[in-house]
Design a protein around this ligand. Sequence first.
Ligand code: SAM
Length: 347
Amino acid sequence: MQIEEIFKFNKMDNMWVPKLILGDVRKVLPYLPDNFIDCVITSPPYWMQRDYKHPDQIGREETPEEYVKTIADIFELIRPKLKRTSTIFLNIGYKYLHEHLLLIPEMIALEMERRRFILRNKIIWWKPNAMPTPTRNRLNNVYESVLFFIRDDGKEVYYFNLEEVSPKSRTLDHYADLLSIAPQELLGVRAIDPISGRETKEGKVIGVRYTQTKILEVLIQWNDGTQEWLPFGDPLKNYPEKISFSCPKCGAPMNEWDIRLSLANLGKMICPECESLLCLDPETFPIPLLPSPHKDAQEIKEIIDLTVKTKKYITKIPRNSKFIKAGLDEILMASPAGRVAVQGEYI
Ligand SMILES: C[S@@+](CC[C@H](N)C(=O)[O-])C[C@H]1O[C@@H](n2cnc3c(N)ncnc32)[C@H](O)[C@@H]1O
C-alpha cells in the first residue's frame, strides 16, 4: 500500500473512522499532517520494566536520563502535529532501582517544561488492584502518574471540559440541575432508582425521547434486567436545548465552543474542518442542528451499538472475558491485569 493511502483518514457520517497505524512512533509521526492532533493519550513503555525484544523499542535506555530524553524527543516530533487547542496525557509509572525510588515522571515533567510544554496536572492513577509487593520495609506503590501537558504558545486556548470529567456529571441528578442539556448527552449516564429506599437499584440511560407533550424521557436499563421510560428533569421547567451547528460549506459538525474559540483567537469564524471563513450573515452562518422532537428509541439504540462495536474493534477483548462481564466502562479503565486484554498487546 502507498504511504499516502495509509495516512489518508476517512469520514463516515461526518465522523472520523478510527485508524490504527503500527510502526516505530519516530518513523511514523512525520507522515501525519501538521496541526492535526486534538489529544495525545499515551502510555509508552516504562523504563526497564519490560523487554519487547525489538531493536527500536522505547524503555531499554542505559540510564533514566537517556530514557527521559527519548520521551521528550518524541514529543518534539509530536509538537508540530498538535493543534493549538490540543492536550497531552502521558502515563508514566514509577520504578525502583537498588532500593531507590526513581522520580522518572517528575524528571520527564521537568524536561518537557524545558522544551516548552506546560505541565497542567499530575493526575494520580490509583490502582486498588496493584500488584502486591513482598517488601516489608516500605509501603507498596499503588499509583501511577498521568501527566497532563499543553503546548506553551504564550496563550492557553486548549479544550478542557471539566463538567465532562467530573465524577458528579455521571449521574442523572447532576444533569437535571443543568439548565441547558442536549438530550443525546444523557446516553450512557448512570441512573439511580428515583424511588427512595431503592437506591441500590442502578442502571444506565440507553435511550432518550420526547413525549407528545414535549416532556423529555429517558429509557433506563436497570441492573436487574428491566427497562423503564422515566420523565427526566422537572417537566414544568422549560429546558432550553444546547444547540449544535454544522458548517454550511463542508457540513462538518461545529459546537458553540468551536465558534467561540475561533472568534476569540482569530477575530473571525472559521470552520475547524475545512477552514473556510464563515460570516455572521445568514447565508454562511453555521447551520443550527436542532434535535428532532420525537426521537425514536430504536434509532438511539443503534447509535449506542455502533459505539460499542468501535470500542470492541479497538480493544480486541477476548469473548467471554471477565472484562466483558464487568461492562464497557470498567473495561476501558481496567488495570493492571486488564491492560493485557485492553491495551494493545492483543492487537
Ligand atoms: C505500556 S505499553 C502501552 C500500550 C498502550 N497503552 C495501548 O493501549 O496499546 C507500551 C507499548 O509501546 C510499544 N512501543 C515500544 N517502543 C515503541 C516505539 N519505538 N514506537 C512505537 N511503539 C513502541 C510497545 O510495543 C507496547 O505496546
